[in-house]
Design a protein around this ligand. Structure first.
Ligand SMILES: Nc1ncnc2c1ncn2[C@@H]1O[C@H](COP(=O)(O)OP(=O)(O)OP(=O)(O)O)[C@@H](O)[C@H]1O
Ligand SMILES: [Mg+2]
Length: 277
């Protein structure tokens, strides 16, 4: 769980955030990829993007690449302990950014919650930040990703059907035991004048909207050029909305890193005491 601060195999305990949407086409992968690119760029720390849309993931396409792992390779990441092995299994998206996703295969891929938990712990031990394009299902592997996430971003468009879907998803996730304080609602194309405003979204969702992403034709243009808009048009207002979110995720990492360092120091002090005796 997110409260557990034991360092992982790689010696650190990074921050995991998930991006979830219950309705297709709302901008889930756009938020995942831009957030990851912005976090890697602004923190200069190793960052991973994990695509848990196993059936037909889009994360790689947003970086102009193709996924190279089978679902089994993805599960086997959980067995890796060496930094070099984990980095080699990933796709290089940037100086500090690696991507993990499965090649689309026929049939419904099934991964247990336990296996995905191991993968997430392996990534958390190696990467300061992991951003997950979470599966839109409530399959075990999807729910397992929320268990280890510090924050779950719920993204919705400004249309009443999408908001109602997300509201039901929020109730479902709460009933599955994901704590309310972990959720952040993000409104995509927040500036669209479509007769629905933030107050209405907050009334239906019964939760505050945390941030908005403006609508911009630069988003699909960047995608068609094989880059998230944050990298393609860094000075655009839409890129800046991802910067603001990324800085908040980076800030989450600071207390965790300090706690992990303190517990490492305490452990080495204890082993020092043992050696002295
Ligand atoms: N803020 C935005 N402004 C303009 N276009 C956007 C914006 N956000 C997303 N889009 C466009 O909407 C489309 C869907 O976005 P995206 O692929 O991120 O959605 P998704 O929720 O991951 O969809 P899927 O259900 O297919 O996985 C893409 O063409 C993307 O470029
Ligand atoms: Mg997607």
């Amino acid at each position: 769980m997110a409260g557990d601060v034991r360092p992982e195999t790689g010696g650190q305990r990074g921050v995991i955030v998930s991006v979830f949407s219950s309705k297709g086409g709302t901008g889930k992968t756009t938020l995942t990829t831009n957030l990851a690119a912005a976090i890697a760029d602004r923190s200069s720390k190793d960052t991973a993007v994990l695509d848990l849309e196993l059936e037909l993931g889009d994360v790689h396409a947003h970086f102009g690449q193709e996924a190279k792992l089978t679902v089994q390779d993805l599960v086997d990441l959980g067995k890796l302990t060496e930094r070099e092995e984990i980095l080699a299994a990933g796709s290089r998206f940037g100086e500090h950014l690696w991507g993990y996703g499965a090649i689309a295969e026929p049939g419904l891929p099934q991964i247990s919650g336990e296996s995905i938990g191991k993968v997430l712990r392996a990534l958390r031990g190696m990467f300061a930040f992991t951003v997950i394009d979470a599966s839109a299902s409530y399959a075990d592997h999807a729910v397992a990703s929320f268990d280890v996430s510090e924050v779950v971003f719920l993204i919705t468009a400004l249309d009443i059907v999408a908001v109602r879907h997300l509201s039901i998803a929020l109730r479902t996730l709460l009933s599955l035991g994901v704590p309310q304080e972990r959720f952040r609602v993000i409104l995509n194309r927040a500036d669209s004048k479509v007769g629905l405003d933030v107050t209405e979204v907050e009334r239906v969702m019964r939760i505050k909207v945390d941030a908005g992403i403006p609508s911009s034709r630069l988003v699909p243009t960047a995608l068609n050029n094989g880059q998230p808009v944050y990298l393609h048009d860094p000075r655009s207002p839409v890129a800046k909305s991802f910067t603001a979110l990324a800085d908040r995720v980076i800030a989450l990492g600071e207390p965790l890193a300090a706690r992990a360092q303190r517990s490492r120091a305490q452990r080495s002090q204890k082993s020092g005491f043992r050696r002295k005796r």
